[in-house]
Design a protein around this ligand. Structure first.
Ligand code: AMP
Ligand code: MG
Length: 430
Protein backbone atom coordinates (compact mmCIF):
# COMPACT_ATOMS: atom_id res chain seq x y z
CA UNK A 1 0.00 0.00 0.00
CA UNK A 2 1.41 3.39 -0.98
CA UNK A 3 2.29 5.81 1.78
CA UNK A 4 -0.07 8.75 2.19
CA UNK A 5 0.76 12.19 3.54
CA UNK A 6 -0.04 12.08 7.23
CA UNK A 7 -0.17 15.73 8.12
CA UNK A 8 -2.32 16.86 5.20
CA UNK A 9 -3.96 20.20 5.85
CA UNK A 10 -5.44 23.09 3.95
CA UNK A 11 -4.44 26.45 5.40
CA UNK A 12 -5.60 29.98 4.86
CA UNK A 13 -3.34 32.08 2.67
CA UNK A 14 -1.98 33.90 5.74
CA UNK A 15 -1.32 30.68 7.64
CA UNK A 16 0.44 29.16 4.64
CA UNK A 17 2.61 32.27 4.24
CA UNK A 18 3.50 32.18 7.94
CA UNK A 19 4.60 28.54 7.63
CA UNK A 20 6.76 29.38 4.61
CA UNK A 21 8.28 32.39 6.36
CA UNK A 22 9.07 30.28 9.40
CA UNK A 23 10.74 27.57 7.31
CA UNK A 24 12.60 30.19 5.27
CA UNK A 25 14.01 31.71 8.47
CA UNK A 26 15.77 28.38 9.19
CA UNK A 27 17.65 28.29 5.89
CA UNK A 28 21.21 29.34 5.27
CA UNK A 29 22.82 30.20 1.92
CA UNK A 30 25.37 27.75 0.59
CA UNK A 31 28.50 29.71 -0.27
CA UNK A 32 30.02 32.98 -1.39
CA UNK A 33 31.81 34.48 -4.32
CA UNK A 34 33.72 37.65 -5.03
CA UNK A 35 32.32 39.59 -7.98
CA UNK A 36 33.19 42.76 -9.86
CA UNK A 37 30.81 45.46 -8.66
CA UNK A 38 28.56 45.59 -11.73
CA UNK A 39 28.41 41.80 -11.98
CA UNK A 40 26.89 41.84 -8.48
CA UNK A 41 23.72 43.51 -9.72
CA UNK A 42 20.74 41.35 -8.71
CA UNK A 43 22.85 39.26 -6.33
CA UNK A 44 22.66 39.21 -2.53
CA UNK A 45 25.43 40.79 -0.47
CA UNK A 46 27.26 38.35 1.81
CA UNK A 47 29.29 41.01 3.63
CA UNK A 48 28.63 44.43 5.12
CA UNK A 49 29.90 47.49 3.30
CA UNK A 50 31.36 50.20 5.56
CA UNK A 51 32.11 53.87 5.10
CA UNK A 52 35.86 54.22 4.50
CA UNK A 53 35.76 57.87 5.59
CA UNK A 54 33.27 60.45 6.79
CA UNK A 55 30.43 61.28 4.37
CA UNK A 56 30.70 63.96 3.32
CA UNK A 57 34.42 64.13 4.13
CA UNK A 58 34.21 67.93 4.41
CA UNK A 59 31.36 70.40 5.00
CA UNK A 60 29.84 70.39 1.52
CA UNK A 61 28.09 73.27 -0.21
CA UNK A 62 24.85 72.02 -1.77
CA UNK A 63 24.25 75.13 -3.90
CA UNK A 64 26.19 77.53 -6.09
CA UNK A 65 26.39 80.85 -4.27
CA UNK A 66 28.34 82.53 -1.51
CA UNK A 67 29.64 81.08 1.75
CA UNK A 68 28.76 83.66 4.40
CA UNK A 69 27.87 84.13 8.05
CA UNK A 70 24.12 83.78 8.47
CA UNK A 71 24.18 86.51 11.14
CA UNK A 72 25.46 89.02 8.53
CA UNK A 73 22.22 88.64 6.57
CA UNK A 74 19.85 89.60 9.36
CA UNK A 75 19.25 93.14 8.05
CA UNK A 76 18.71 93.17 4.29
CA UNK A 77 19.87 94.17 1.84
CA UNK A 78 23.47 93.65 2.85
CA UNK A 79 26.64 94.23 0.92
CA UNK A 80 29.58 91.87 1.48
CA UNK A 81 33.17 91.78 0.27
CA UNK A 82 34.15 88.76 -1.83
CA UNK A 83 37.47 87.43 -0.54
CA UNK A 84 37.91 84.31 -2.66
CA UNK A 85 36.37 81.49 -4.70
CA UNK A 86 36.18 77.74 -4.12
CA UNK A 87 35.07 75.28 -6.77
CA UNK A 88 34.18 71.59 -6.36
CA UNK A 89 37.45 69.75 -5.81
CA UNK A 90 39.11 72.99 -4.66
CA UNK A 91 40.65 73.50 -1.23
CA UNK A 92 39.60 76.31 1.11
CA UNK A 93 43.26 76.70 2.15
CA UNK A 94 43.93 79.92 4.01
CA UNK A 95 40.42 81.16 3.43
CA UNK A 96 38.38 82.16 6.46
CA UNK A 97 35.18 84.12 6.20
CA UNK A 98 35.00 87.07 8.60
CA UNK A 99 31.93 89.16 9.33
CA UNK A 100 31.16 91.31 6.27
CA UNK A 101 32.85 88.86 3.89
CA UNK A 102 31.75 86.23 1.40
CA UNK A 103 33.49 83.47 -0.58
CA UNK A 104 32.07 82.49 -3.97
CA UNK A 105 31.38 78.76 -3.80
CA UNK A 106 30.17 76.02 -6.13
CA UNK A 107 27.98 72.99 -5.44
CA UNK A 108 30.12 70.18 -4.02
CA UNK A 109 32.93 72.47 -2.82
CA UNK A 110 34.20 72.49 0.78
CA UNK A 111 32.80 75.37 2.82
CA UNK A 112 35.62 77.57 4.23
CA UNK A 113 36.13 78.21 7.94
CA UNK A 114 34.11 81.04 9.45
CA UNK A 115 31.15 80.56 7.09
CA UNK A 116 28.08 78.79 8.46
CA UNK A 117 25.70 79.00 5.47
CA UNK A 118 25.57 79.39 1.72
CA UNK A 119 23.30 81.98 0.14
CA UNK A 120 22.14 80.82 -3.28
CA UNK A 121 23.47 82.74 -6.26
CA UNK A 122 19.84 83.40 -7.32
CA UNK A 123 19.45 85.60 -4.21
CA UNK A 124 22.56 87.73 -4.81
CA UNK A 125 23.79 90.45 -7.12
CA UNK A 126 27.51 90.70 -7.78
CA UNK A 127 29.38 93.79 -8.75
CA UNK A 128 33.16 93.45 -8.95
CA UNK A 129 34.42 92.14 -5.62
CA UNK A 130 31.19 93.07 -3.81
CA UNK A 131 28.02 91.01 -3.54
CA UNK A 132 24.61 92.06 -2.32
CA UNK A 133 22.38 89.43 -0.70
CA UNK A 134 18.62 89.88 -1.00
CA UNK A 135 17.48 86.98 1.17
CA UNK A 136 18.23 85.68 4.67
CA UNK A 137 19.58 82.20 5.26
CA UNK A 138 19.45 80.12 8.41
CA UNK A 139 22.66 78.87 9.97
CA UNK A 140 23.70 75.56 8.28
CA UNK A 141 21.47 76.25 5.27
CA UNK A 142 22.80 74.73 2.03
CA UNK A 143 25.65 72.99 3.86
CA UNK A 144 25.92 69.30 4.74
CA UNK A 145 28.26 69.01 7.74
CA UNK A 146 31.24 66.67 7.54
CA UNK A 147 30.15 63.19 8.63
CA UNK A 148 26.43 64.11 8.63
CA UNK A 149 25.51 61.33 6.18
CA UNK A 150 27.80 58.69 7.69
CA UNK A 151 30.83 58.44 9.93
CA UNK A 152 33.92 56.52 8.95
CA UNK A 153 33.33 52.85 9.86
CA UNK A 154 29.52 53.08 9.79
CA UNK A 155 27.76 50.15 8.17
CA UNK A 156 26.16 51.43 4.96
CA UNK A 157 24.97 48.11 3.52
CA UNK A 158 24.07 44.96 5.43
CA UNK A 159 24.53 41.37 4.32
CA UNK A 160 21.30 40.04 2.87
CA UNK A 161 20.42 43.05 0.73
CA UNK A 162 19.88 42.55 -2.94
CA UNK A 163 22.32 44.63 -4.97
CA UNK A 164 20.60 47.21 -7.16
CA UNK A 165 21.72 50.54 -8.50
CA UNK A 166 21.56 52.33 -5.14
CA UNK A 167 23.67 49.64 -3.46
CA UNK A 168 26.12 49.80 -6.37
CA UNK A 169 26.39 53.56 -5.85
CA UNK A 170 27.14 53.06 -2.14
CA UNK A 171 29.81 50.43 -2.84
CA UNK A 172 31.37 52.66 -5.50
CA UNK A 173 31.36 55.64 -3.14
CA UNK A 174 33.47 53.73 -0.61
CA UNK A 175 35.87 52.48 -3.26
CA UNK A 176 34.66 48.88 -3.48
CA UNK A 177 35.30 47.62 -6.99
CA UNK A 178 34.46 44.08 -5.90
CA UNK A 179 31.96 42.72 -3.40
CA UNK A 180 31.29 39.34 -1.80
CA UNK A 181 27.86 37.90 -2.66
CA UNK A 182 26.10 34.65 -1.80
CA UNK A 183 26.16 31.74 -4.21
CA UNK A 184 22.93 31.26 -6.12
CA UNK A 185 20.83 28.39 -4.81
CA UNK A 186 20.19 25.52 -7.21
CA UNK A 187 16.49 24.96 -7.65
CA UNK A 188 15.30 21.77 -9.34
CA UNK A 189 12.21 22.03 -11.54
CA UNK A 190 10.27 18.85 -12.21
CA UNK A 191 7.15 18.82 -14.38
CA UNK A 192 4.93 15.78 -14.19
CA UNK A 193 2.14 14.36 -16.32
CA UNK A 194 1.68 11.75 -19.04
CA UNK A 195 0.08 14.36 -21.27
CA UNK A 196 3.03 16.74 -21.12
CA UNK A 197 5.68 16.73 -23.86
CA UNK A 198 8.73 18.89 -24.21
CA UNK A 199 8.69 21.89 -26.48
CA UNK A 200 10.83 20.45 -29.26
CA UNK A 201 8.58 17.37 -29.56
CA UNK A 202 5.48 17.63 -31.77
CA UNK A 203 2.55 17.10 -29.38
CA UNK A 204 -0.01 14.41 -30.16
CA UNK A 205 -3.66 15.47 -30.45
CA UNK A 206 -4.26 14.97 -26.72
CA UNK A 207 -0.91 16.15 -25.47
CA UNK A 208 0.19 19.58 -24.35
CA UNK A 209 3.58 21.21 -24.40
CA UNK A 210 5.52 21.65 -21.20
CA UNK A 211 5.37 25.34 -20.38
CA UNK A 212 5.67 25.05 -16.58
CA UNK A 213 9.31 23.97 -16.56
CA UNK A 214 10.12 27.05 -18.58
CA UNK A 215 8.00 29.56 -16.69
CA UNK A 216 9.28 28.21 -13.39
CA UNK A 217 12.91 28.26 -14.54
CA UNK A 218 12.38 31.88 -15.57
CA UNK A 219 10.83 32.72 -12.19
CA UNK A 220 13.70 30.97 -10.39
CA UNK A 221 16.22 33.01 -12.37
CA UNK A 222 14.38 36.26 -11.72
CA UNK A 223 14.28 35.47 -8.00
CA UNK A 224 18.05 34.90 -7.89
CA UNK A 225 18.35 31.12 -8.25
CA UNK A 226 19.91 28.73 -10.75
CA UNK A 227 17.21 26.49 -12.21
CA UNK A 228 18.00 22.82 -12.79
CA UNK A 229 15.38 21.54 -15.25
CA UNK A 230 14.72 17.82 -14.98
CA UNK A 231 13.11 15.58 -17.62
CA UNK A 232 9.31 15.38 -17.55
CA UNK A 233 8.12 12.75 -15.06
CA UNK A 234 5.38 10.39 -16.22
CA UNK A 235 2.42 9.59 -13.96
CA UNK A 236 4.15 6.37 -12.96
CA UNK A 237 5.52 5.82 -9.43
CA UNK A 238 8.97 4.33 -10.10
CA UNK A 239 10.21 6.90 -12.60
CA UNK A 240 8.55 9.75 -10.70
CA UNK A 241 10.31 8.66 -7.52
CA UNK A 242 13.65 8.48 -9.33
CA UNK A 243 13.23 12.02 -10.63
CA UNK A 244 12.07 13.30 -7.23
CA UNK A 245 15.29 11.95 -5.73
CA UNK A 246 17.32 13.58 -8.46
CA UNK A 247 15.52 16.84 -7.75
CA UNK A 248 16.32 16.59 -4.07
CA UNK A 249 20.00 16.94 -5.04
CA UNK A 250 19.35 20.64 -5.48
CA UNK A 251 18.81 23.12 -2.65
CA UNK A 252 15.07 23.29 -3.29
CA UNK A 253 12.75 21.12 -5.36
CA UNK A 254 9.78 22.48 -7.30
CA UNK A 255 7.40 19.92 -8.71
CA UNK A 256 4.49 20.88 -10.93
CA UNK A 257 1.39 18.83 -11.57
CA UNK A 258 0.19 15.68 -9.91
CA UNK A 259 -0.83 17.30 -6.63
CA UNK A 260 -4.59 17.47 -7.16
CA UNK A 261 -6.84 14.66 -6.00
CA UNK A 262 -6.95 12.80 -9.32
CA UNK A 263 -6.25 9.07 -9.53
CA UNK A 264 -2.88 9.73 -11.23
CA UNK A 265 -1.82 12.56 -8.96
CA UNK A 266 1.03 10.61 -7.44
CA UNK A 267 3.39 13.28 -6.24
CA UNK A 268 2.35 13.39 -2.60
CA UNK A 269 2.25 9.63 -2.40
CA UNK A 270 5.79 9.30 -3.76
CA UNK A 271 7.06 12.06 -1.48
CA UNK A 272 5.42 10.29 1.46
CA UNK A 273 7.42 7.18 0.49
CA UNK A 274 10.51 9.35 0.99
CA UNK A 275 9.33 10.10 4.54
CA UNK A 276 8.20 13.58 3.61
CA UNK A 277 6.71 15.83 6.24
CA UNK A 278 3.90 17.96 4.79
CA UNK A 279 3.48 21.46 6.22
CA UNK A 280 0.40 22.01 4.12
CA UNK A 281 -1.33 20.25 1.28
CA UNK A 282 -3.48 23.12 0.16
CA UNK A 283 -4.16 26.81 0.67
CA UNK A 284 -7.46 28.68 0.48
CA UNK A 285 -6.47 30.56 -2.65
CA UNK A 286 -7.40 30.72 -6.30
CA UNK A 287 -5.60 29.91 -8.48
CA UNK A 288 -3.38 27.37 -6.76
CA UNK A 289 -5.47 25.72 -4.07
CA UNK A 290 -3.81 22.27 -4.22
CA UNK A 291 -0.33 23.71 -3.45
CA UNK A 292 1.83 21.43 -1.30
CA UNK A 293 4.79 22.36 0.88
CA UNK A 294 6.98 20.03 2.85
CA UNK A 295 10.40 18.61 3.50
CA UNK A 296 12.20 15.33 3.22
CA UNK A 297 14.85 14.25 5.70
CA UNK A 298 18.28 13.97 4.09
CA UNK A 299 19.24 10.32 3.98
CA UNK A 300 15.68 9.09 3.54
CA UNK A 301 16.18 7.97 -0.04
CA UNK A 302 18.49 5.34 -1.44
CA UNK A 303 22.19 5.84 -0.73
CA UNK A 304 22.96 6.72 -4.35
CA UNK A 305 20.81 9.81 -4.28
CA UNK A 306 20.90 13.40 -3.42
CA UNK A 307 20.13 12.67 0.10
CA UNK A 308 23.83 11.98 0.57
CA UNK A 309 26.02 14.76 1.91
CA UNK A 310 27.08 17.44 -0.55
CA UNK A 311 27.71 21.14 -0.78
CA UNK A 312 24.05 21.86 -1.35
CA UNK A 313 23.33 20.65 2.16
CA UNK A 314 25.51 23.24 3.82
CA UNK A 315 23.42 25.31 6.13
CA UNK A 316 20.12 23.86 5.03
CA UNK A 317 20.25 21.36 7.85
CA UNK A 318 19.07 17.81 7.72
CA UNK A 319 16.13 18.43 5.38
CA UNK A 320 15.43 19.34 1.79
CA UNK A 321 12.32 21.38 1.14
CA UNK A 322 9.97 20.88 -1.77
CA UNK A 323 6.87 22.45 -3.23
CA UNK A 324 4.26 20.54 -5.16
CA UNK A 325 2.76 23.27 -7.31
CA UNK A 326 -0.50 22.64 -9.11
CA UNK A 327 0.04 21.89 -12.81
CA UNK A 328 -2.30 24.49 -14.23
CA UNK A 329 0.16 27.02 -15.63
CA UNK A 330 -1.21 30.11 -13.88
CA UNK A 331 -1.56 28.24 -10.59
CA UNK A 332 2.09 27.25 -10.98
CA UNK A 333 3.16 30.85 -11.56
CA UNK A 334 1.10 32.31 -8.72
CA UNK A 335 2.01 29.69 -6.12
CA UNK A 336 5.68 30.12 -6.98
CA UNK A 337 5.48 33.86 -6.28
CA UNK A 338 3.40 33.46 -3.12
CA UNK A 339 5.14 30.52 -1.47
CA UNK A 340 8.26 29.22 -3.23
CA UNK A 341 9.92 32.57 -3.72
CA UNK A 342 10.52 33.32 -0.02
CA UNK A 343 12.26 29.95 0.39
CA UNK A 344 14.42 30.59 -2.66
CA UNK A 345 15.28 34.08 -1.47
CA UNK A 346 16.29 32.76 1.97
CA UNK A 347 18.54 30.15 0.32
CA UNK A 348 20.02 33.01 -1.68
CA UNK A 349 20.87 34.75 1.59
CA UNK A 350 18.27 37.49 1.32
CA UNK A 351 16.74 39.10 4.37
CA UNK A 352 13.04 38.23 4.63
CA UNK A 353 10.58 40.63 3.06
CA UNK A 354 6.87 40.89 2.45
CA UNK A 355 5.14 40.68 -0.90
CA UNK A 356 5.47 43.81 -3.04
CA UNK A 357 2.09 45.29 -3.75
CA UNK A 358 0.35 48.49 -4.58
CA UNK A 359 -3.24 49.70 -4.46
CA UNK A 360 -5.38 50.65 -7.44
CA UNK A 361 -8.99 51.51 -8.12
CA UNK A 362 -11.13 48.75 -9.55
CA UNK A 363 -12.31 49.71 -13.02
CA UNK A 364 -15.43 47.59 -12.86
CA UNK A 365 -17.32 45.49 -10.35
CA UNK A 366 -16.09 41.97 -9.54
CA UNK A 367 -18.37 39.20 -8.25
CA UNK A 368 -16.89 36.02 -6.82
CA UNK A 369 -17.77 33.32 -4.35
CA UNK A 370 -16.41 33.69 -0.83
CA UNK A 371 -13.93 31.31 0.80
CA UNK A 372 -10.78 31.76 -1.28
CA UNK A 373 -8.33 34.62 -1.49
CA UNK A 374 -8.05 35.32 -5.18
CA UNK A 375 -5.10 36.47 -7.24
CA UNK A 376 -6.62 37.29 -10.59
CA UNK A 377 -4.46 38.23 -13.60
CA UNK A 378 -5.22 41.88 -14.29
CA UNK A 379 -4.10 44.98 -16.11
CA UNK A 380 -2.87 47.93 -14.07
CA UNK A 381 -3.01 51.24 -15.90
CA UNK A 382 -2.64 54.93 -15.11
CA UNK A 383 -0.32 56.32 -12.45
CA UNK A 384 -0.34 57.25 -8.78
CA UNK A 385 -3.74 58.48 -7.58
CA UNK A 386 -5.24 57.68 -10.98
CA UNK A 387 -4.12 54.08 -11.24
CA UNK A 388 -6.81 51.61 -12.15
CA UNK A 389 -6.93 47.85 -12.34
CA UNK A 390 -9.13 45.43 -14.21
CA UNK A 391 -8.95 41.63 -14.31
CA UNK A 392 -8.26 40.22 -17.78
CA UNK A 393 -10.88 37.90 -19.24
CA UNK A 394 -9.65 34.39 -18.76
CA UNK A 395 -10.74 30.82 -19.05
CA UNK A 396 -9.33 29.82 -15.67
CA UNK A 397 -5.91 28.85 -14.41
CA UNK A 398 -4.87 27.03 -17.58
CA UNK A 399 -5.21 30.14 -19.73
CA UNK A 400 -1.57 31.08 -20.35
CA UNK A 401 -2.34 33.71 -22.97
CA UNK A 402 -4.48 35.67 -20.49
CA UNK A 403 -1.67 35.95 -17.96
CA UNK A 404 0.64 37.16 -20.70
CA UNK A 405 -1.86 39.96 -21.41
CA UNK A 406 -1.84 40.96 -17.74
CA UNK A 407 0.79 42.90 -15.81
CA UNK A 408 -0.33 42.19 -12.23
CA UNK A 409 -2.67 40.19 -10.03
CA UNK A 410 -5.60 41.88 -8.36
CA UNK A 411 -6.12 40.48 -4.87
CA UNK A 412 -9.67 39.76 -3.69
CA UNK A 413 -10.13 38.89 0.00
CA UNK A 414 -11.91 35.61 0.81
CA UNK A 415 -14.87 37.25 2.57
CA UNK A 416 -16.06 39.44 -0.31
CA UNK A 417 -18.74 38.38 -2.76
CA UNK A 418 -18.73 41.63 -4.57
CA UNK A 419 -16.13 44.35 -5.07
CA UNK A 420 -17.50 47.68 -6.29
CA UNK A 421 -16.12 49.65 -9.22
CA UNK A 422 -13.99 52.47 -7.78
CA UNK A 423 -12.90 50.50 -4.68
CA UNK A 424 -9.21 50.56 -3.85
CA UNK A 425 -7.87 47.03 -4.00
CA UNK A 426 -4.43 45.50 -3.39
CA UNK A 427 -2.47 44.57 -6.50
CA UNK A 428 0.55 42.29 -6.69
CA UNK A 429 2.94 43.45 -9.35
CA UNK A 430 4.28 40.95 -11.85
P1 AMP B 1 -2.34 18.47 -12.69
O1 AMP B 1 -1.99 19.43 -11.59
O2 AMP B 1 -1.30 17.44 -12.93
O3 AMP B 1 -3.70 17.87 -12.46
O4 AMP B 1 -2.45 19.33 -14.00
C1 AMP B 1 -3.40 20.36 -14.11
C2 AMP B 1 -3.43 20.91 -15.50
O5 AMP B 1 -2.20 21.53 -15.81
C3 AMP B 1 -3.66 19.89 -16.58
O6 AMP B 1 -4.52 20.46 -17.56
C4 AMP B 1 -2.29 19.67 -17.15
O7 AMP B 1 -2.33 19.24 -18.48
C5 AMP B 1 -1.65 21.02 -17.01
N1 AMP B 1 -0.21 20.88 -16.87
C6 AMP B 1 0.41 20.05 -16.03
N2 AMP B 1 1.76 20.13 -16.17
C7 AMP B 1 1.97 21.06 -17.11
C8 AMP B 1 3.16 21.60 -17.70
N3 AMP B 1 4.38 21.19 -17.32
N4 AMP B 1 3.04 22.56 -18.64
C9 AMP B 1 1.81 22.99 -19.01
N5 AMP B 1 0.67 22.51 -18.50
C10 AMP B 1 0.73 21.55 -17.57
MG1 MG C 1 -0.99 15.74 -13.93
Amino acid sequence: MAAQPEQASILSFEEARAVVEDQASRLRPRGRELLALLDAQGRVLAEPVHADRDFPPFPRATRDGYAIRASDLENLPVDLQIVGEIKAGGAPTGLAVQSGQAVAIMTGAPVPKGADAVVMIEHTLRSGDRVQASRRVAADENIVAAGAEAKRGDKLLSPGVRVGYAEIAVAASVGRSRVVVHAKPRVAVLSTGDEVVDIDVPPGPNQIRNSNTYSLAAQVQAAGGDPVSLPIAPDEPARLSELLLEGLDSDLLLITGGVSTGKYDLVEQELAELKAEFFFTGAQIQPGKPVVFGRVPCGAGTPSTSLRAGPAREGSGAYKSFFGLPGNPISTMVTFELFARPMLEALAGMLPRKLMFTHAKLKSEIRTRTGLKRFLPAVLSGEFERCEVEPVRWQGSGDIASVARSNCYVVIPPDRERMEAGEWVPVLLR
